[in-house]
Design a protein around this ligand. Sequence first.
Ligand SMILES: NC(=O)c1ccc[n+]([C@@H]2O[C@H](COP(=O)([O-])OP(=O)(O)OC[C@H]3O[C@@H](n4cnc5c(N)ncnc54)[C@H](OP(=O)(O)O)[C@@H]3O)[C@@H](O)[C@H]2O)c1
Length: 323
Amino acid sequence: MTILLLGAQGQLGWELGAALAPLGRVLHLSRREADLSNLEALAALVRKTAPRVIVNAAAHTRVDQAEAEPELAHLINAEAPGLLAELAGETGAWLVHYSTDYVFDGAKDGPYTEDDAPAPLNVYGRSKLAGDELIMKSGCRHLIFRTSWVFAGEGKNFPRSILELARLESSFSVTADQFGAPTSVELLAAATALALNLALRGADDLSGLYNLTAAGSVSWHQYAVYVVRRAGELGWGLSAAPERIAPRPADDGGRAAKRPANSRLATAKFARAFGLAPPPWQYYVDRLLWTWTRQAGTAHLAAPKRLLGLKFIPPMNDSPKTP
Ligand SMILES: NC(=O)c1ccc[n+]([C@@H]2O[C@H](COP(=O)([O-])OP(=O)(O)OC[C@H]3O[C@@H](n4cnc5c(N)ncnc54)[C@H](OP(=O)(O)O)[C@@H]3O)[C@@H](O)[C@H]2O)c1
């Protein structure tokens, strides 16, 4: 079975490469090999490789930049997924795709369900919503996972930025009036593989849109406090103590795109359909901090020390908490 993985070099795409490997022959394609802004070439590639599953982890994810290039965002986030859905429909292939909390305006009091009416605040959200709608209208077999606040261990991510700040500054402030569930690519990739495996075993009625995030929710401020507190417990030498991180209101003044205040997504539909329970967001943040800590404890890797310039004291009896 061939699985076409688009956006294979992105945060999520990279993790999906490993998670999908046991399911079949995965063709890992980055933007260089499969550019979603070139619809003709994309269609030719899909026809040539005849995948049984297309997993689309590629997207125009630069939310502020999208405000200045709405046509490009629409092409990559809506037209290309729409085309993939059409092609999947022709051959009976499954299409796996990822949606975003940014399809909502954040005004709801409580977590959004799959049935809540979207009302995106920005170009990125509108383009992603248009992609979801085209896939759902196409009639192809699909799994759309709507997620939020995605982070990976590699590259830029919120915990790394906060640790950098906490190393340099003895106090700083973080937005306290936007809420969501930090969701690790590890969770998304594992849940995708498990759900897809079930769908491939003939469960056509699983086709649909599902919210998929880690359990629980926090503000960016609470998230930052958690990261600094846990890093401190693991022996990281930081300038800022958790209580020196001040809450502040969201300030979108300097940013091109508006963000929703409420990004919470209810995951009951996903849990029911696939018999899976997303663990709390803290589990994955702990794993990330622990990975960095272990690397720092390994002389030849010394990743956090090198990347963050932190003073490292080896931890004693601590390990990631099982949820
Ligand atoms: N990140 C979040 O917080 C978040 C939240 C909710 C939902 N999502 C959704 O989750 C999915 C995965 O996001 P992510 O966090 O993994 O994003 P990411 O790290 O930015 O990865 C997106 C990938 O798409 C590639 N890409 C961009 N334009 C392309 C094009 N024209 N053709 C082919 N590939 C292209 C990017 O390549 P380059 O690096 O070359 O640009 C990148 O490798 C997306 O559907 C996103 O909308 C993300």
